[in-house]
Write a protein that binds this ligand. Structure first.
Ligand SMILES: Cc1cc2nc3c(=O)[nH]c(=O)nc-3n(C[C@H](O)[C@H](O)[C@H](O)COP(=O)(O)OP(=O)(O)OC[C@H]3O[C@@H](n4cnc5c(N)ncnc54)[C@H](O)[C@@H]3O)c2cc1C
Length: 322
């Protein structure tokens, strides 16, 4: 048995851990308060909002089978079919979109069951010593035979740089090619019902808002509450703006809110929201180092499906190395 440390308890890290844990000692660490990474849910008083990933789609038979298991376990259910536009659903016969039940974060919490997952545990550096990995935290060091990094790629590279690890030139060039778009999310709670067309979500064009979803209608919240995701260009331009200015700009641009005033707003900045330039393979094995794999949604697939399958592929490759 080898000791494997997996950095990140999002879909990629948890998928990898579930493959490796039956055969090896696996510890998953995450700096967040809970598991799930960008599949995040927040409570504001008695309102509940998914503020990262909004729904799941399946494009491969492998992932569709996994989502069926999640449906059987009661952590996903179909939300709507097809795509949404500025006036609601545009092609009701299209792909099914699944939502988490009751929230998107329920799915990673389900995946984490039975695993050794340590949250609020930030890795600060990775070092190599005597052919093994030293995983450095604020007050502790773990020794590992192998590491899988599922944090967004720039964050993973920073951990190696902090520990003075020399990546092979080709690996570094490949990883530094990966790019992400940012996304500012505005979460707004309302005093009365907010009526959006079926399914309670819109994708807008020619607006600072890319997506908005009402969470009573989605089946997530006891109280009317809307998540707004801004476009990448709005997010870049307004990244450092004060909370109130961002919330005012977004609420001012939102359709279907006539006569509604938000009683509470929060702003969340997702710096590495979605990959815009992906690595062309489902994971990357770092050459000339103790076993080290990079995985996550920037590897081949994007979105929850890509992240999950990337984690699995990395774990399978790791099984061949250790
Ligand atoms: C606003 C938004 C909307 C989205 N909408 C959708 C959608 O509708 N459908 C869809 O399929 N996808 C959507 N996505 C994308 C989807 O959320 C991601 O593709 C997926 O969740 C990525 O999973 P991951 O495991 O690769 O990364 P993450 O979920 O980012 O997991 C990485 C983890 O690494 C941890 N970490 C980072 N650095 C450290 C460190 N130093 N020490 C310890 N832990 C660390 C982080 O805390 C994080 O939990 C959306 C994303 C965003 C931001």
């Amino acid at each position: 048995m080898s000791n494997v440390v997996i950095v990140g308890a999002g879909f990629a890290g948890l998928a990898a851990a579930r493959v490796l844990a039956p055969q090896h000692t696996v510890i998953v660490v995450d700096k967040g308060r809970g598991v799930g990474g960008r599949a995040a849910t927040r409570r504001i008083d008695d309102a509940t909002l998914d503020h990262g990933a909004q729904f799941i789609t399946t494009h491969t038979a492998e992932f569709a089978e996994e989502v069926e298991h999640w449906a059987t376990a009661g952590v996903v259910t179909p939300w709507f079919h097809g795509q949404v536009g500025p006036h609601g659903v545009t092609n009701p016969d299209g792909h099914v979109r699944y939502r988490g039940t009751p929230t998107m974060n329920s799915i990673p919490r389900h995946l984490a069951r039975g695993l050794d997952v340590r949250t609020e545990t930030t890795v600060t550096a990775l070092r190599v010593e005597h052919g093994r990995w030293l995983v450095q935290f604020d007050n502790e060091v773990l020794t590992a035979d192998a590491v899988i990094l599922t944090s967004p790629v720039p964050q993973s590279l920073a951990l190696l740089d902090a520990g003075g690890v020399d990546l092979a030139d080709d690996d570094r060039v490949a990883l530094e090619t990966v790019r992400y778009d940012p996304c500012i999310a505005v979460l707004a709670v309302f005093g009365g019902p907010v009526e959006l067309p079926e399914p309670g979500a819109l994708r807008l064009t020619d607006s600072p808002i890319d997506w908005m979803a009402e969470h009573v209608r989605k089946g997530v919240s006891a109280r009317p509450a809307v998540t707004f995701h801004t476009t990448a260009s709005f997010s870049e331009q307004h990244w450092d703006d004060p909370h109130d200015d961002i919330a005012a700009a977004v609420l001012g641009a939102a359709p279907f809110l006539d006569g509604h005033t938000a009683v509470a707003t929060q702003v969340h900045r997702w710096r590495y929201a979605r990959p815009s330039v992906l690595h062309p393979a489902p994971c990357l094995h770092a050459t000339n180092l103790p076993p080290l794999l990079f995985a996550g949604d920037a590897f081949d697939g994007a979105k929850v499906e890509g992240a999950f399958l990337s984690g699995r592929r990395a774990a399978e490759q790791m099984l061949a190395l250790i």
